[in-house]
Design a protein around this ligand. Structure first.
Ligand code: CP
Length: 301
């Protein structure tokens, strides 16, 4: 029996479920590194992406194909029947009759949950507005497990904590792992109050230099330009934080810097050359983790 049918929010999973997926991902790492298996031979994934994506869409597709399955993509909404006024509910009803599972990314918060209510097959949330991005959270936790210490985690979440769905998902999972959480952001990009209330004790600051010696992980996020209702508000905070090799000059050797990517200018490229940078490996870990998720919802043990 799969541990879950749909994966809409990280809150759908217990700590045991998460640990189980991370262990399963470990078993897929060899296949993920340019291998092949027929674990999902004959299975078909439907990708419904209503927002831009490189990593989520392509890593799901890579995961599916390396496991012997295949993928069909809804072409951009402009050339699908969405352009004729078809609703998301009807689209999902139809596509779920074609495929064995659906991944959906949509600008509206709650859209993945809605899709799951109309789908006859499992639905995986690939990001819904500023809501959740649970598969990113699982690969973030996997990265921490591989590159740092998930059992004794002190993590600084840096940047756009207001709109970043990767942060909104990750922060919920971090509670399950008893992590010490530092929130580092400009005043106008602070984590919304309801999240802070749920977290209990957190340390908030707007200066990365104040926490660099305290943490073992720095998780940086892009300012989510596309979620700002007013472009002038975006202009006020654009470029307001940036991590460079200089910032990390006196950092502990085992400090890792993560980023869900894409980055714009919040991490200078000179950080890429330091031993702290793990964000490109983090992007790779999306493949074994998504293999684990796909095989789980498609019933492969
Ligand atoms: N991290 C992430 O979700 O990347 P994409 O937007 O490229 O999918």
């Amino acid at each position: 029996m799969p541990r879950f049918r749909h994966l809409i929010s990280i809150d759908d999973l217990t700590r045991e479920d998460i640990e189980y997926i991370l262990e399963k991902a470990e078993k897929f790492e060899d296949v993920a590194r340019k291998g092949y298996s027929d674990a999902l031979k004959g299975k078909l994934l439907g990708n419904l992406f209503f927002e831009p994506s490189t990593r989520t869409r392509m890593s799901f597709e890579t995961a599916m194909k390396r496991l012997g399955g295949d993928v069909v993509n809804l072409n951009t909404a402009e050339v699908s029947s969405i352009a004729k006024g078809e609703t998301l509910a009807d689209t999902v009803r139809v596509v779920s009759e074609y495929v064995d599972a659906i991944v959906i990314r949509h600008p509206r918060e709650g859209s993945a949950r809605l899709a799951s209510e109309f789908s006859s097959v499992p639905v995986i949330n690939g990001g819904d507005g500023a809501g959740q991005h649970p598969t990113q959270t699982l690969l973030d936790l996997y990265t921490i497990k591989k590159e740092s210490n998930l059992g004794n985690l002190k993590i600084a979440l840096v940047g756009d904590l207001k709109y970043s769905r990767t942060v909104h998902s990750l922060i919920r999972a971090l509670r399950l792992f008893d992590a010490t959480i530092y929130l580092v952001s400009p005043e106008s990009l602070k984590l919304p109050g309801d999240f802070v209330d749920e977290l209990g004790e957190v340390i908030e600051t707007d200066q990365i230099s104040e926490v660099i010696d305290e943490v073992n992980v720095i998780y940086v996020t892009r300012i989510q330009k596309e979620r700002f209702p007013d472009p002038e508000e975006y202009a006020k905070v654009s470029g307001s934080y940036r991590i460079s090799a200089d910032t990390l000059q006196n950092a502990p050797d085992d400090l890792i810097v993560m980023h869900p990517l894409p980055r714009v200018d919040e991490i200078a490229t000179d950080v890429d050359l330091t031993p702290h940078a793990v964000y490109f490996r983090q992007a790779f870990y999306g493949i074994p983790v998504r293999m684990a998720i796909l095989s789980e919802v498609m019933g492969y043990e």
